[in-house]
Design a protein around this ligand. Structure first.
Ligand SMILES: [Zn+2]
Length: 142
C-alpha cells in the first residue's frame, strides 16, 4: 500500500506571498469578514497551498509550528466563521470533522486508517460508474 502525500510543498516568493495576502484580504472582505491578524494568519495556512482538506487539530498544529499563538478553540471559531461565510465547507467522515477549501459540489475518497480525504474529479463520476481509486488502494465501501 502506497501512502498518499497530500501536503503540497509549494514555496512562496516574497512577491507571491504578498500578492496572496492581498487576495486573502479581499476574499475575507468580500464575504463580510474583517481581515484580522488571526483570520489572515489562519487563512494563509488554510488557503495558501491550493485546495486542501484538514481538521481543526491539524491546522492548530500547523499554526503552532509557524509560531502563531492561537488556541484550538480559536481555530474552531475561525473555521466556523469561514464556513458561515461560505468560503469553507465542513465534511464528516468516520465521526471526524474535516474542512474543505473546495466549496464546489464534489465527492471524496476517504482513506481509512489515515483519515485522509481525496477529491474525486467530477469527470470521473457518472451514474453506474465507480471511480478508479488511487493507485494502491481498493474501494471497500461507497
Ligand atoms: Zn474535497
Amino acid at each position: 500500500m502506497k501512502p498518499v502525500n497530500l501536503s503540497a510543498s509549494r514555496t512562496w516568493s516574497v512577491h507571491s506571498r504578498l500578492a496572496f495576502e492581498e487576495d486573502l484580504d479581499a476574499l475575507l472582505r468580500s464575504v463580510g469578514l474583517r481581515p484580522t491578524r488571526q483570520r489572515m494568519a489562519l487563512g494563509w495556512l488554510l488557503f495558501g497551498k491550493g485546495n486542501r482538506h484538514t481538521t481543526a487539530e491539524v491546522l492548530h498544529l500547523e499554526a503552532i509550528e509557524v509560531g502563531l499563538r492561537v488556541s484550538l478553540a480559536t481555530v474552531y471559531t475561525t473555521l466556523n466563521q469561514f464556513m458561515d461565510a461560505g468560503i469553507l465547507r465542513q465534511l464528516a467522515f468516520n465521526g471526524k470533522l474535516f474542512f474543505d477549501t473546495n466549496t464546489s459540489t464534489h465527492y471524496h475518497f476517504f482513506i481509512e486508517g489515515e483519515n485522509v480525504l481525496i477529491d474525486i474529479a467530477n469527470d470521473d463520476l457518472a451514474l453506474g460508474k465507480i471511480p478508479t481509486p488511487p493507485e494502491g488502494y481498493e474501494i471497500t465501501r461507497i
